[in-house]
Design a protein around this ligand. Structure first.
Ligand code: BT5
Length: 320
């Protein structure tokens, strides 16, 4: 759509852009540019028009759409540019990505402003109100064997932490394997799912929910959840957070693919690991037990000391 192309030009430029320059770049008339600007203004963008100078996008709103995310990703110079599919509302970005994976051969990213059936792990739900969060699912097709797929969650978790640290200048922690916490409150969860056949992995979908601007939560999670706004007092563009996370994800995925394990990323992950050296409860389906968290091994398993014995925790959960 023309308005998206005009938006990309305005987003990439920090100063005024003349209507003539835009019309030359896009090969359309100045009237068409003016009309596209009017549509963008109606969408909620603040665009200043100054005689002899042109248009300037003054950024004070956090609007999410394909053009915002794609432009931001280009500014980040991402190694890979996954195709972006944006929805104002969707049942679940992971569910949609699974359906779309068979018809889209490349990597792609599904993003939504709200989810009506946001999913957590093990049939749990993910609260996904509109205009406050990031709900996204990245579909990738790494050539790795089945048992290595769970490490993608760890790579995504470090990427999200890197993005938050870069933009908010605070250091979030990871509650192994898939929660990101700030001041012990959950601000992000990751749900990684995959599909495989006889030849191995067909695709992996890493779904991420981040609480960005929330100021309140449903009763069942109000004591455990928080948002980036509540913990930092700052508002950042969701498109920037998404692009930064995708940039860091592909950087780390590259490192991971060299050895197909966590050996090169282990110390980075451990520096973010919550409760390292502290007592935690391992919520093993066969029975809970207390243990001291030691770190991870190169397969991404959590290493704990339980009664003097080092154990590898490969699934389940850890509570504080
Ligand atoms: C997760 O599951 O933490 C994974 C959440 C993944 C959500 C993303 S959003 C985009 C993509 N599309 C989807 O449909 N899902 C993914 P789990 O570890 O099982 O944690 C779920 C639990 O976290 C719930 O049972 C609640 O207790 C809590 N919870 C739910 N919504 C939350 C929220 N917005 N913030 C913090 N905690 C929440």
């Amino acid at each position: 759509m023309l308005k998206d192309e005009v938006l990309k030009i305005l987003l990439s430029s920090g100063s005024h852009v003349s209507g003539q320059d835009i019309s030359n770049k896009l090969g359309v008339s100045r009237t068409a540019v003016w009309k596209a600007v009017t549509v963008l203004k109606n969408d909620g963008y603040d665009i200043e028009s100054v005689n002899n100078k042109g248009y300037l996008l003054t950024r004070n709103k956090s609007i999410l759409n394909e053009a915002e995310i794609e432009t931001c990703m280009h500014l980040y110079n991402c190694k890979v540019f996954p195709k972006v599919l944006y929805f104002d509302s969707i049942d679940s970005t992971n569910t949609y990505a699974k359906k779309a994976a068979d018809s889209i051969p490349s990597d792609f990213l599904v993003v939504a402003d709200t989810q009506t059936l946001g999913r957590g792990r093990l049939g749990r739900s993910w609260s996904s109100p509109s205009s406050t969060g990031i709900y996204m699912s990245l579909c990738i097709r790494p050539n790795i064997s089945l048992e290595k797929a769970s490490m993608i969650t760890l790579i995504m978790a470090t990427a999200i932490c890197d993005a938050i640290e870069e933009l908010y200048h605070i250091s979030p922690l990871i509650k192994w394997p898939n929660d990101i916490v700030i001041n012990s409150k959950k601000i992000c969860g990751i749900l990684t799912e995959m599909s495989c056949d006889m030849d191995g992995i067909k695709y992996i979908i890493s779904g991420v929910g981040i609480n960005v601007y929330d100021t309140s939560f449903p009763d069942d999670i109000k004591d455990t959840a928080s948002s980036l706004l509540l913990e930092t007092g700052t508002k950042k563009d969701r498109a920037k957070i998404i692009s930064s996370a995708i940039y860091h994800f592909y950087e780390d995925l590259d490192t991971f693919m060299q050895t197909e394990d966590m050996s090169a990323l282990k110390s980075k992950y451990e520096s973010r690991l919550a409760n390292i050296g502290r007592e935690v409860m391992i919520l093993d389906p066969k029975g809970e037990y207390p243990a001291t968290a030691l770190g991870i091994d190169e397969t991404g398993a959590l290493l704990v000391n339980a009664n003097g014995k080092v154990k590898r925790v490969i699934s389940g959960e850890v509570s504080v």
